[in-house]
Ligand binder design. Structure first.
Ligand code: NAD
Length: 440
């Protein structure tokens, strides 16, 4: 369903339409198909013109690079790297960089498309991008990661820039990764360019509260939903999958609000205690040991068991494709919260909808990260820095405005919260694209 081939048919140009219609779509992977299918479900509700919708089904630009790295033992290896920019209609593109063994062009294309809707829903002047390197980051030493990051950044130089595309941390990348990216970019320019990345250390222009922003934002959205549903937050029993940046902060913020965290997990497996886990102690354990492996704070369980525990709120903060048509019927949570991007499959969405389990969708729920990234970029451009309280208050205001629009639209149109969130984002981009027109 490559409609640009339909355009060729109509104009009867020399190239045979079949050639394009049958050309493989380079981004075509299950995750990209899922992002397009979600978009297609939202388009009729959004009521946008089909030619505009067609433009938005495809990323504007994709770059594939190969990244040679000298390992500590002298061996040289080459890693595939990607950057996909979905839409620059509203402003520079923005999106994370992940180091993971499953990074692919299609994964980046799906994540870039979701970033476009997320930024637009939050009314940030950005489009979506995503990138990464296919590697097992845990098997690389800090010096190997530094060389990998610096070389990857130089390969991206033709497509990134403070007014073009601004990277940020994602899975297995962090403030240090952003510092290396900022330094590599600045060395090429000859002066410090802090606004090239967000999520960097405060000492080089990072923003206070960026580190906590995504997890804290997840909990702000949960609190808003609990208010609408009449559920007191302090009475909720929560399970959190993923105990990295997003999951550990979300668990800590929920714990601070008085909720009971009955289980958490990371790639090494899960820990369960009906009486509630001591989240700050778990955070200290992970700081010391690198993961939850070996932690005996509760009963050890598998990630599969964790997802099916009896609880009120299940926070997914690990990775995509965790709730599927297979396990969705067995979920015992009263609400599912997407801290990660794309953790619920289309099939699972439909099952949860039928079962009356609300899903707080990723593009709303984890938008705290990109919102505070936007605040960081604005502060860097203005060389004027705000306090933690100012940033937290501005984030709360942005998220609560987006939450109200999504909740009210879902009620008005009787759609899922996901479709309502997508409609909110898609309409912003569509209006801008209609106003700008298609060049030339
Ligand atoms: P991270 O690398 O800091 O943490 C990921 C966590 O998930 C780790 O604890 C890891 O061990 C765990 N994990 C990985 N695979 C797992 C599995 N199969 N089962 C259970 N746990 C598993 O990454 P992060 O920055 O916290 O990102 C997590 C998710 O949130 C990703 O989908 C990312 O795209 C999304 N996200 C992150 C941000 C951000 O600001 N960091 C913003 C928006 C969305």
């Amino acid at each position: 369903m490559l409609a640009w081939s339909a355009g060729y048919t109509r104009r009867a140009v020399a190239s045979p339409p079949e050639a394009l219609a049958h050309a493989p779509l380079e981004w075509d992977t299950p995750l990209y198909r899922m992002a397009v299918a979600q978009f297609d479900q939202a388009v009729p509700v959004a009521g946008i013109p089909e030619d505009i919708a067609e433009r938005l089904r495809f990323p504007e630009r994709s770059l594939i690079v190969s990244v040679p790295v000298r390992l500590d033992d002298g061996q040289r290896v080459v890693f595939p790297g990607y950057r996909v920019q979905h839409s620059s209609i509203l402003g520079p593109t923005k999106g994370g960089v992940r180091y993971d063994s499953e990074v692919s062009l299609g994964e980046c294309a799906a994540l870039a498309m979701w970033m476009t809707w997320k930024c637009a829903l939050l009314r940030l002047p950005y489009g979506g991008a995503k990138g990464g390197v296919r590697c097992d980051a845990r098997s690389l030493s800090p010096t190997e990661l530094e060389r990998l990051t610096r070389r990857f950044t130089s390969e991206l130089l033709p497509v990134i820039g403070p007014q073009e595309d601004i990277p940020a941390p994602d899975m297995a990348t962090n403030e240090q990764t952003m510092a290396w990216m900022m330094d590599t970019y600045s060395m090429q320019r000859g002066y410090a360019v802090p606004e090239i990345v967000t999520g960097k250390p405060i000492s080089i222009g990072g923003s206070v509260f960026r580190h906590e922003a995504t997890g804290a934002g997840v909990v702000m959205v949960i609190a808003s939903a609990c208010t609408r549903l009449g559920w007191p937050v302090e009475e909720q029993r929560c399970v959190v999958q993923g105990f990295g940046n997003v999951g550990s902060i979300a668990a800590a913020e929920l714990h601070e609000l008085g909720a009971t965290i009955v289980a958490v997990s990371d790639v090494s497996g899960g820990i369960h205690s009906e009486d509630g886990l001591d989240v700050p102690a778990l955070q200290a354990y992970v700081r010391e040991h690198g993961s939850l492996e070996g932690c005996d704070a509760g009963r050890r369980i598998s990630n599969e068991e964790l997802l099916e525990l009896d609880c009120d709120i299940l926070v997914l903060a690990a990775r995509e494709d965790q709730i599927t048509g297979e396990n969705a019927p067995r979920l015992r949570a009263r609400m599912v919260v997407e801290g990660a991007n794309g953790p619920t499959s289309l099939e699972a969405d439909a099952i949860l909808d039928t079962r009356g389990i609300p899903v707080l969708p990723d593009i709303l729920t984890n938008a705290g990260g990109v919102t505070v990234s936007y605040f960081e970029w604005v502060q860097d451009l203005g060389r004027l820095f705000w306090t933690r309280d100012e940033i937290r208050a501005k984030l709360a205001e942005k998220l609560s405005d987006a939450f109200d629009r999504v909740w009210d639209l879902a009620a008005e149109r009787e759609t899922s919260l996901r479709t309502a969130a997508l409609v909110g984002g898609i309409r912003e981009v569509s209006n801008a694209l209609e106003a700008r027109g298609i060049f030339p």
